[in-house]
Design a protein around this ligand. Structure first.
Ligand code: HEC
Ligand code: HEC
Length: 279
C-alpha cells in the first residue's frame, strides 16, 4: 500500500500544527534534571528543544494528533503511552507495554494473526483493537474508529516507517494468555495463575523494583490516588493479583510480555509496591 506525501517543510501552518501536536505528551519524566521528576502522562507539558518534528503531510499530522491524544477514548491514555513512534517525544525512559510502531506498515500480520491482508489497513494495523481494549473508545473493533481517523493513523504510521529502531518484520507476541478484548471475556485462568505463581516464587528485591515501577507503573498508578488506573492500595489485593495483571493485563491495563518485563522485574516491582504499602 502506498501513501503519498507532499513535503510541507516550508508550510508555516503545518509546522505550527506539528509543534502543537508535540505538546501532547511530556517527553522525559526522569532525565531532565538531576533529581527525578514525577512521571506524568498528561498532555499539558510542552516538549522543548528535543529535536525537530518531521515534515509530514496534513493527513499524517492528523494521525499524529490521534497518536498523542490522551482523550481519544474514555481511558486517559494515548497510543504514545504504550508505543513509540521513533520521535524524540517518545524517547523517554518509559518502559512501554507495546512494541514500536516504527515499521508496522511493513508487517503482513499483527496481533498474532488477528489482522492480515486487507484487514491491516482497515484497522490501522491493529490499532482498532487497542482503541477498544485499552482506550475504551467503544466496544466494537469494526466501528471504533472512523474511516477518516484510520486513514490518518495509517498515513502517520507510513510517515514514521523509517524512523530509528524500526521493527519491519512480523512480531510474535509472546503472551501468556490471549488478552481479553472486553472486561467480561474469559482468559485462560490456569495459565494466568501459574505465570503469577512462578513470578511470586522468585526472591524479590524492592530496591531494584523502584526503578521499574517509576518507568512502567507510575505513569498510570499511584499508591494512594486514582490516575489512569486505580490506586494500588485498593487495586492490589494480593501480590499474586499484581503479578497476574502485569503479565496478562486486566481491563484497560496492558499486558507485559517477557521480552518487555522479565519475571524478575515483575517480582521486584511487586515487592516494591508491597513495601510502599507497608505490607
Ligand atoms: C495501554 C497500552 C496501549 C495503548 C493505549 C495502545 N496500545 Fe497498541 N498495543 C499494546 C500492546 C500491549 C500490544 C501487543 C503487541 C505489542 O507488543 O506490540 C499492542 C499492539 C498494537 C499493534 C499491533 C502490533 C503487532 O505487530 O502485532 C498496533 C498496530 C497497535 N498496537 C497500534 C496502536 C494504536 C494506533 C493505538 C492508539 C489508537 C494503540 N495501539 C494504543 C498496547 C497499547
Ligand atoms: C497504561 C496504563 C497502565 C500501566 C502502565 C499500568 N497499569 Fe495497572 N491498571 C491500569 C488500568 C486502567 C487498570 C484497570 C483498573 C481500573 O482502574 O479500573 C489497572 C489495574 C491494575 C491492577 C488491578 C488488577 C485487578 O485485576 O484487580 C493492578 C494490581 C495493577 N494495575 C498494577 C500495575 C503495575 C504493578 C504496573 C506496572 C508494572 C501497572 N499496573 C501498569 C492501567 C495501567
Amino acid at each position: 500500500m502506498k501513501y503519498s506525501f507532499k513535503p510541507l517543510l516550508f508550510s508555516i501552518a503545518s509546522l505550527i500544527l506539528l509543534a502543537s501536536c508535540n505538546k501532547r505528551e511530556d517527553a522525559s519524566p526522569s532525565t531532565m534534571s538531576g533529581t527525578p521528576q514525577p512521571p506524568r502522562i498528561d498532555t499539558s507539558h510542552p516538549v522543548i528543544g528535543e529535536g525537530k518534528p518531521l515534515p509530514i503531510a496534513a493527513l499524517a499530522a492528523a494521525g499524529q494528533k490521534i497518536f498523542y491524544s490522551t482523550t481519544y477514548g474514555k481511558i486517559k491514555d494515548a497510543c504514545a503511552s504504550c508505543h513509540t513512534d521513533g520521535l524524540p517525544t517518545t524517547k523517554d525512559t518509559r518502559i512501554r507495554s507495546g512494541h514500536t510502531l516504527v515499521g508496522v506498515t511493513n508487517r503482513t500480520t499483527t496481533w498474532n494473526g488477528q489482522f492480515k491482508g486487507d484487514a491491516l489497513a482497515k484497522n490501522a494495523f491493529g490499532g482498532t483493537m487497542c482503541a477498544v481494549m485499552y482506550l475504551h473508545k467503544s466496544d466494537a473493533i469494526a466501528t471504533v474508529m472512523s474511516k477518516g481517523d484510520i486513514d490518518a493513523l495509517n498515513a502517520y504510521l507510513e510517515a514514521i516507517k523509517n524512523n530509528p529502531d524500526a521493527i519491519t518484520g512480523n512480531i510474535k507476541i509472546k503472551w501468556v494468555t490471549k488478552p481479553a478484548l472486553h472486561e467480561d471475556d474469559k482468559i485462560d485462568e490456569k495459565a494466568a495463575n501459574s505465570a503469577a505463581k512462578a513470578i511470586m516464587m522468585l526472591p524479590a528485591d524492592p530496591a531494584a523494583g523502584k526503578d521499574t515501577y517509576d518507568r512502567t507503573c507510575a505513569y498510570c498508578h499511584s499508591m494512594t490516588e486514582k490516575k489512569v488506573g486505580l490506586p494500588l492500595n485498593k487495586g492490589m489485593e494480593t501480590p499474586q493479583i499484581g503479578a497476574r495483571s502485569v503479565r496478562c493485563g486486566s481491563a484497560a491495563m496492558p499486558f507485559y510480555t517477557k521480552d518487555i518485563l522479565t519475571d524478575q522485574q515483575i517480582a521486584d516491582v511487586i515487592a516494591y509496591i508491597q513495601q510502599q504499602l507497608g505490607k
